[in-house]
Design a protein around this ligand. Structure first.
Ligand SMILES: [Zn+2]
Length: 84
């Protein structure tokens, strides 16, 4: 039997599928994954999330992507925008 050594692709949950493409998610200083306007994180130190929180930002570790829960307020706000 051949072991196919897949390096564990921790694919993102499909939660973001309905979200417009010009948002991105980032685990923040409060250990929650918030959504932000823009295409990607531009390495700014802090920003205001979709849910209106001013949070600190840093390059998230794999663990942070894994443990940080998706902010439900951001999620709801984006869904509201996406719905005509
Ligand atoms: Zn949020």
């Amino acid at each position: 039997m051949q072991g196919n050594r897949d390096t564990g692709t921790n694919a993102e949950p499909q939660l973001d599928a309905a979200v417009p493409p010009r948002h991105y998610w980032l685990p923040c200083g409060d250990q929650v994954r918030h959504a932000f306007r823009g295409r990607r994180w531009m390495h700014q130190e802090a920003d205001t999330s979709i849910c209106g929180l001013h949070v600190s930002m840093h390059l998230p570790t794999e663990a942070e992507w894994f443990i940080a829960p998706t902010c439900q307020d951001c999620n709801r706000a984006l869904k509201a925008v996406a719905t005509p």
